[in-house]
Design a protein around this ligand. Structure first.
Ligand code: DX5
Ligand code: ZN
Length: 216
């Protein structure tokens, strides 16, 4: 069964407390929290104060996806705000190994996120150091985009590598996950499904989460 991580980017921010309650009661495993700086990606979302409030409203894993430049200077603040997992982008980190060690030293699980154009082979020398690989299946910056089909091949290759090396690394798929494609994504080897619009724009988000959970 996949780990389900609803992305709050697609939620109604005026009703965050109610939404956290709904997610707490649902079969969602993680809260996926997207942070954007308007530089690494062409959009700005929310940041530390919002995550602090969400932290107070849930005991579930807070999975913070940093789509920001120079994340090293802010990871401690995100840990203090309540992050359990912090992912940084390989494309934003010339000293990725240092950033990963920094996140782990704070007591968080460390993730590396990769854009659709970034080859999986770029992860070869960092795979053993990370807990999560966030394979972006859309270009980061916006919710509600269409899943890039080529991601399925990347998932298969990455899963083979992880299994061959017997690494406890989770593959997280982020962007364009729907009730229609989720099964093929899990079958390709993904462990974690992020879903924003599919969950929050549905009539019954709790039911949609349960449907995503039941796929396998
Ligand atoms: C995109 C974000 C995603 C996004 C997913 O930059 O990283 O987490 O919220 O949204 P959907 O599921 O709507 O594509
Ligand atoms: Zn994300």
């Amino acid at each position: 069964m996949a780990i389900i991580a609803p992305s709050l980017l697609a939620a109604d921010f005026l009703r965050l407390e109610e939404i956290c309650k709904m997610l707490n009661e649902s079969e969602a495993d993680w809260f996926h929290l997207d942070v954007m700086d308007g530089r690494f990606v062409p959009n700005i979302s929310y940041g530390i104060p919002v995550i602090e409030h969400i932290r107070k409203a849930t005991k579930k894993t807070c999975d913070v996806h940093l789509m920001i430049e120079e994340p090293g200077s802010l990871v401690e603040a995100f840990k203090k705000a309540g992050a359990d997992i912090i992912s940084v982008h390989i494309e934003a980190c010339p000293n990725l190994h240092r950033n990963i060690q920094q996140i782990k030293a704070l007591g968080c699980k460390a993730g590396v996120a990769v854009n659709p154009h970034t080859p999986i082979s770029m992860l070869d020398d960092i795979l053993a150091d990370v807990d999560v690989v966030n394979l972006m299946s859309v270009n980061p910056g916006f919710g509600g985009q269409t899943f890039i089909a080529h991601t399925l091949e990347k998932i298969r290759i990455l899963r083979k590598k992880i299994d061959a090396l017997k690494l406890p690394v989770l593959i997280e798929i982020d962007g364009g996950v729907t009730l229609e494609n989720a099964k093929s994504i899990v079958e390709a080897g993904a462990h974690v499904l992020v879903a924003g619009n599919t969950v929050f724009k549905s009539k019954d988000p709790k039911k949609t989460i349960a449907q995503l959970k039941k796929l396998k």
